[in-house]
Design a protein around this ligand. Structure first.
Ligand SMILES: [Zn+2]
Length: 319
C-alpha cells in the first residue's frame, strides 16, 4: 500500500500537472469504492482544482466554490469542497489526453478544461474516492495523529513513550502518526536498532528521539527517490519509485544485515510481517521470530542461537 512518500510523490506530480484546471464532466465505471458516486457527478463539474494536498496516506484535491450560474444549473452546494483520493493497494491517478484509449480498470474520468482527463485506475479497488463538503471533510480529518515529517521531539515522545502497545503497532497507528505504513516502520526501526515488538513504554527519550530522526530522514530520502515500487506503484507520470533499492530490512528475510551480516528475520507484529535484524535489534524477552524458510533455515537458526548465547555470556561477564 502506498505510504507517505509514495502519496507525496503522486501529489507533487498532480500539483505540477493539473493545478488550476477546471473539471467539466465526470464519467464513472465501477463505483463500489466511491462514497457517494452521485455526489461526484452532481458536484464536481464547474469546479477548479485549487490545491493538491497530502494528508497521511491520502490526497485531497481542494475544489473551488461554484459560481452562481453553474450552481443554479446543478442545483447544489456552491461552497468550496474537496475530493479525497486514497490509492488503496493498486490505485493510480494521472492525467491523460481525452482521446487516448482507457487503460484497464479505469473507474473515474474527470474531463478537464484543457482537453485532458484525470483518470483513476484501480485493479483491486481497495482505494477510496469521496466528495467532501467542508463539514464532511472536518469530520473525516478528526482522529488523525501528527504528520511524521512535522512532529517535534516532545510531541513524538509524548505519543510513543509511556504507551503499552508495541512500537511497530504505534508507528502504524494512524491516530498516533499519519502516513507511516509497514515499509517505513520496519526501515526506521532497523536504522534506530529498535525491535518492532518492543513496547512504546520501554523506550527512553533518547531512543524515541533517534527513532523520530531516522524516520524523518528515511521519509525525506524516499520522497526524493519518488517512493518505493513494491507491487505496482507508479507516480503521476507513470514512473516507478526507486527507494526499494535502499531497503535495509523490509522484504529482506534471510538476507544478511547490512551492519552485522546476521540474516534478517521476520515475525508477525501488530498483525503484519515485520523484518528486523535479530542481532542489531534485540528482541524483548520471550519473543521469537518465524523460522527462516528454505533449506538453510534450520542451520542458520542454530548458528544464530549459538551466537546469541555467546553474546549473552559476554554480556553477563561484563555486567
Ligand atoms: Zn544487524
Amino acid at each position: 500500500m502506498p505510504e507517505l512518500p509514495e502519496v507525496e510523490t503522486v501529489a507533487r506530480g498532480l500539483r505540477q500537472a493539473i493545478l488550476g484546471r477546471r473539471i467539466l464532466s465526470v464519467t464513472l465505471g465501477k463505483t463500489d469504492f466511491i462514497d457517494d458516486p452521485a455526489a461526484l457527478e452532481q458536484h464536481l463539474p464547474g469546479r477548479q482544482i485549487e490545491a493538491v494536498e497530502r494528508y497521511g496516506k491520502f490526497m485531497l484535491l481542494r475544489l473551488s466554490a461554484l459560481n452562481e450560474e453553474t450552481c443554479a444549473a446543478t442545483n447544489g452546494d456552491a461552497a468550496p469542497a474537496a475530493l479525497l483520493v486514497h490509492l488503496g493497494m493498486t490505485g493510480q491517478i494521472a492525467p491523460r489526453p481525452a482521446g487516448q484509449p482507457l487503460e484497464k480498470h479505469t473507474h473515474v474520468c474527470l474531463l478537464l478544461d484543457d482537453g485532458r482527463e484525470l483518470r483513476y485506475t484501480d485493479a483491486r479497488r481497495f482505494g477510496r474516492i469521496a466528495y467532501l463538503t467542508k463539514a464532511l471533510l472536518a469530520e473525516e480529518l478528526t482522529g488523525f495523529g501528527a504528520d511524521p515529517l512535522e512532529v517535534n521531539q516532545q510531541e513524538f515522545a509524548d505519543r510513543i513513550c509511556g504507551r503499552r502497545a508495541r512500537i511497530k503497532a504505534l508507528l502504524l497507528d494512524q491516530s498516533v502518526l499519519r502516513g507511516v505504513g509497514n515499509i517505513y516502520a520496519d526501515e526506521s526501526l532497523w536504522r534506530a536498532r529498535i525491535h518492532p515488538a518492543r513496547l512504546g513504554g520501554q523506550l527512553n527519550k533518547k531512543q524515541a528521539e533517534t527513532l523520530r530522526r531516522v524516520l524523518q530522514d528515511i521519509l525525506r530520502k524516499a520522497i526524493v527517490l519518488r517512493g518505493s515500487s513494491i507491487s505496482d506503484f507508479l507516480d503521476a507520470e507513470g514512473e516507478p519509485g526507486e527507494y526499494q533499492r535502499h531497503h535495509r530490512a523490509y522484504g529482506r528475510e534471510g538476507k544478511n544485515c547490512y551492519r552485522c551480516k546476521t540474516p534478517i528475520r521476520r515475525a508477525i507484529v501488530a498483525g503484519r510481517s515485520s523484518y528486523f535484524c535479530p542481532r542489531c535489534q534485540p528482541s524483548p524477552r520471550g519473543f521469537s521470530a518465524l523460522p527462516l524458510p528454505g533449506k538453510n533455515g534450520r542451520k542458520t537458526e542454530r548458528r544464530d542461537a549459538e551466537r546469541a548465547k555467546k553474546v549473552r555470556g559476554r554480556n553477563q561477564k561484563t555486567r
